[in-house]
Design a protein around this ligand. Sequence first.
Ligand code: BTN
Length: 266
Amino acid sequence: MSDASDAVAEVAAALGTRWLGRAHRHHAETGSTNDDAAAWAAAGAPHGALVTADAQHAGRGRLGRAWHSPAGSHVYASVVLRPTTADARWSALGLAIGVGLRDGLRDGLLGASLEIGLKWPNDLLVGDRKLAGILCEARWIGGAPQIVVGFGINVRRQAWPAELRARAVTLEEMTGAAHRPAEVLVAVLEALEPVLDEFGARGFAGLRERYESACVSLGRVVRVSEADGRATEVFAAALDHDGALLVRDPGASRLRRVEAGELLMP
Ligand code: BTN
């Protein structure tokens, strides 16, 4: 994709969604599609508005990390969501997005041939290497919640920088198939829309089983880094109704909730 209007037309011609991605802006290069989507949302973008780019020079990941975003090879996308309720269940939105991205990649694109795992809370993995990541950012504008969900999917074979070489993977490296980023984007948007409809109607509860069955973090001892920066070794037992991780500390009999954090796999 290079010319912005061609890129928008290519997606529009293939996309079978009702509301997700129907308003779409594309950039050949931008700082961060999450920033573009937030600015568009502040200026009145509709629910489901989509921003994509061929390249980002300030792509960001969770916990203040950079998201490597070279030109033309991968999906960089951000969606504006305008929840009609402001309740706490939106805290599990990133987990719901993970379910939708995985469905789109497996069922819409690859025919379930690639085993994609969900690492709590927001990563898609193949084996122990990262295929996709999700960044949810919320703001209050004029008393109404406005959420931007950004996701990056590694699509084409890639000469990774040294620090990512052992940790990142692309669809092409795993399957040999050289999909176009636009084709991957359409597949995941079409799977995401019903997942977001379900999430908006009933919250995470209706998606929990699907998340758990694909989650590679459960039923094992993991190192978890929590809000205070401490990293501890715990047994990851299950997910709570709202997506919090239920863990057992060494020697403890009761489970406790981890609402936010990062798993450092052992
Ligand atoms: C993570 O795994 O840490 C989250 C990565 C999210 C990357 C995407 S790429 C599109 C959007 N724009 C950004 O700057 N970040 C997200």
